[in-house]
Structures are given as C-alpha cells and as structure tokens.
Design a binder for this molecule. Structure first.
Ligand code: FAD
Length: 163
C-alpha cells in the first residue's frame, strides 16, 4: 500500500490529508506536525485565541489519517525517508506543507512588539490587553491596500493602537 506522508498540520497539510483520503482507500496516510491542534491562523486576531485551535484528531481520526506528533528534522529524498522525533518514516509520496513563520525586524525596541502569527503570540497579546484594562480605550485601526476591498477582507493588514 502506497504511503503518503504530509509534513504540517495547518490548512495546507490537513486539506492535503482530506484530499488524499478522498482519492483512494488504498492509501496509507500519515501527517506529521508537532502540535495537537490545527491552528486557524486567520482567526488569531480575535479576542480569544483558543477559539482558533481545532484538535487534529477530530479531523484526522474519522478519515483514518495517522498523526505523528513531532517536528520533521531531515528529509532524505534519495532514500524517501523523513526523520521526526527519533522516528524514521518512509514515504512513497511526500507533501511538504510546513507553512511560514514570522521574521522579526532587527529594529530598536522590536522585542516589545506583539504579533498574532502563532497561537502563543496571540495568547501573549490577549494577556497584555487584559492586563491593560485600565487603559482608556483600545482603538483598532484597519487600513486597506485597495479602497475597493471590504473592511476585514483577506490581505488587509490590521493594526491596534493603545490610547
Ligand atoms: C493574523 C493572520 C491573518 C490571516 N488572514 C488571512 C486571510 O484573511 N486570508 C488568507 O487567505 N490567509 C490569511 N492568513 C494566512 C493564512 O493563515 C496562511 O496562509 C495559512 O495558515 C497557511 O497555511 P499552511 O498550512 O500553509 O501553513 P501553517 O498554517 O503555517 O501551518 C504549518 C504547519 O506546519 C507545521 N510545521 C512547521 N514546521 C514543521 C516541521 N519541521 N515538521 C512538521 N511540521 C511542521 C506547523 O506546526 C503547522 O502545523 C492570515 C495569517 C495570519 C497570521
């Protein structure tokens, strides 16, 4: 039986797993990701970051996809083996969906910046805002890259200003 290995448990990895499971019942499918949850990153700006986490087992279990909870360290494309968390996992097909990660600018004061790139970052910002309830008001400003785009639409940067 052909073994499909997917690296990453975000939108891309999970949808690849769902698509592979739909294509054939004769595939063995494994998804490798270090966390227990699929994090819906576009929702991380919301007040409760926990709402943006969906247990991977809830999606992968019913479609028979195995979740290996580990980070892939190396990929040997000649031998068709990935190494993750001390395990060597052989594959016939590999889907690389390890996503992206914020790069902090090397600017003075950058260590005081907040971000909503990860659930940990969103938790830090939520806790910070909670601690600052005494602040007069929190003003969320949004600005569009195109005037035609609806407020809150995809691709729109959002900024928060404490006043
Ligand atoms: C605040 C915010 C708002 C956004 N809004 C929008 C929007 O409105 N519209 C839109 O289209 N997009 C939006 N995006 C972008 C969108 O969230 C990303 O494009 C999308 O999450 C990318 O999905 P992904 O599966 O490729 O990667 P990710 O969601 O980054 O998932 C990567 C996965 O790979 C795993 N991983 C990483 N390294 C390894 C490793 N070595 N081994 C195993 N697993 C690994 C991670 O743990 C994770 O499970 C937004 C992003 C953010 C942060």
């Amino acid at each position: 039986m052909s073994h499909v290995v997917i690296v990453g448990g975000g939108f891309a990895g999970v949808w690849a797993a769902v698509a592979a499971a739909r294509v054939s019942e004769d595939l063995r499918i494994s998804l490798i990701a270090p966390g227990d949850d699929m994090v819906l990153r576009p929702r991380l700006y919301e007040p409760d970051p926990e709402q943006a986490a969906l247990p991977l087992r809830a999606v992968l279990g019913p479609i028979g996809v195995r979740h290996l909870r580990a980070a892939v360290e190396t990929i040997d494309v000649e031998a068709r083996v990935v190494r993750a968390g001390g395990a060597a996992v052989g594959y016939d097909r590999l889907v690389l969906a390890a996503g992206s990660r914020l790069v902090r600018p090397e600017l003075p004061g950058a260590e005081r910046l907040f971000d909503v790139d990860t659930i940990e970052g969103a938790r830090r910002l939520a806790a910070h805002l909670e601690d600052r309830r005494d602040v007069t008001s929190v003003v969320f400003r949004r600005w569009t890259t195109s005037p035609a785009r609806r407020p809150g639409g995809a691709g729109e940067p959002a900024g928060a200003v404490l006043t």
